[in-house]
Design a protein around this ligand. Structure first.
Ligand code: FES
Length: 103
């Protein structure tokens, strides 16, 4: 199982082993990463599951879909919806930062 390293909004590092085929959002929640609230349940409509990828990691994830992109149009580069990213074996060791809450 790929291990994903989450940097929480308080700066803590939390590691989550997430099965291939599971979304980053679901894996984070099931690993107790509370900063990912995912209020819409993963249908790309709430924005409360945002993560930030640094520039070096942005190319390791498939590009955002049109729906995801529309949710991120006001965010800086590197922001993604974790509910729209499906874990694959190449993501082992990926570091993501949980985006600060917007309200
Ligand atoms: S869980 Fe709502 S946008 Fe991702």
């Amino acid at each position: 199982m790929p291990e994903i390293i989450f940097i929480t909004t308080s700066g803590d590092e939390m590691r989550a082993s997430i099965p291939v085929g599971t979304t980053l959002m679901r894996g984070a929640i099931e690993s107790g990463i509370d900063d990912i609230r995912a209020e819409c349940g993963g249908v790309a409509s709430c924005g409360t599951c945002k993560i930030i990828l640094d520039e070096a990691n942005q190319g390791k994830i498939s590009p955002a879909s049109a729906i995801e992109g529309s949710m991120l149009e006001d965010d800086p580069s590197g922001y993604r919806l974790s509910c729209q990213i499906v874990v694959d074996p190449t993501m082992d060791g990926l570091v993501v930062r949980v985006a600060p809450a917007e309200y």
